[in-house]
Design a protein around this ligand. Structure first.
Ligand code: FES
Length: 62
């Protein structure tokens, strides 16, 4: 399934990128350019990241 139409990046490619260690949309963009164009696919990339990479910013003060 095509996720990023700007750069023709599929969910399969994205899963590979995430499996190889990308943990946020910036890192995904650095590896495969997905999300660095119009940004319309960022939400979907985030969903894939959420599935796979459960590192979410937890802000704790104090
Ligand atoms: S669809 Fe991915 S950057 Fe435009």
């Amino acid at each position: 399934m095509l996720v990023c139409s700007c750069f023709a990046v599929t969910d399969r490619t994205l899963r590979g990128v995430i499996e190889s260690g990308a943990c946020d949309t910036d890192e995904v963009g650095e590896v495969c350019a997905a999300g660095t164009g119009c940004g319309g696919c960022l939400e979907e990339i985030e969903e894939l990241l959420g599935d796979h990479c459960r590192v979410r910013p937890v802000v704790q003060s104090g």
